[in-house]
Write a protein that binds this ligand. Sequence first.
Ligand code: SAH
Length: 347
Amino acid sequence: MKATLAPPSSLISLPRHKVSSLRSPSLLLQSQRPSSALMTTTASRGSVAVTAAATSSAEALREGIAEFYNETSGLWEEIWGDHMHHGFYHPDSSVQLSDSGHREAQIRMIEESLRFAGVTEEEKKIKRVVDVGCGIGGSSRYIASKFGAECIGITLSPVQAKRANDLAAAQSLSHKVSFQVADALDQPFEDGIFDLVWSMESGEHMPDKAKFVKELVRVTAPGGRIIIVTWCHRNLSQGEESLQPWEQNLLDRICKTFYLPAWCSTTDYVELLQSLSLQDIKCADWSENVAPFWPAVIRTALTWKGLVSLLRSGMKSIKGALTMPLMIEGYKKGVIKFGIITCQKPL
Ligand code: SAH
């Protein structure tokens, strides 16, 4: 589930430059074109003003995301439980699943992600885990229980952090997992301390993908693994500089409601990881494996219970529900890709 406050126009997806055309990795994948409002700065002080505006836009985005999840996480939990991410479905599975089938699919998403990254159950090396963009902590509690590991989750939403800690206490897991409010782009952790760095459907909220990836790499222990599961746009073909206008338009409409900055492709993530000399970099397109998810969310929203809860939750949730068909359209037309990108930090 994503935030539904309308972002300032500068936070909406903007035409992106090809990663290879940028020299400085720190600039990669940031929105490259100031909005028209930002363009009104004077030439002499332009760059300072644009930087200040970008900072306040990033702050506005952070606040918007926090506010949204503060207000709507309860609704999601009531209807869908404690995992706020897509389910993973085998292509031959029926799309008319029961609620429990969809919950199982969300657990399967965690299992398949670990498997893809080569993190197996026998893995005793997983002692410390960070869950970057943890929601109400579903992944953290699952992974901590599975590996007997310590897990710290970070989110922008104080309501989520509190609920995640309460659920951990209720499940007698407080000695293993804890949650706090912190920014993924500036994590309050020392370098190299986590054996597993987990980001399940939070990357799409990050306004600076290069900084995001750099932070993930910084906190990873030597030999540790990074798993990023995230919404991407399709890879650009050779010679293509940007998405087609109609594709960009579709993503912009989703961004407006779901509070997302510029999107990138899985290839962009791979290139970022390569630029940081990570090992065993792998990626996959799981779009087909998540296809039944949004239709299922829409079906739940259209039940009596779903409608009543939606109305009670307010405009943000209602706008989000109305945008769900755009996600389905994006997948169907091949613009949106559900990507997994994993790698290992060298010893
Ligand atoms: N991973 C969770 C929740 C996914 S929803 C799950 O699978 O259940 C997206 C989450 O990303 C929210 O918790 C939101 O607060 C978090 N998020 C978005 N931007 C963030 C940022 N800059 N720093 C930390 N968390 C962020």
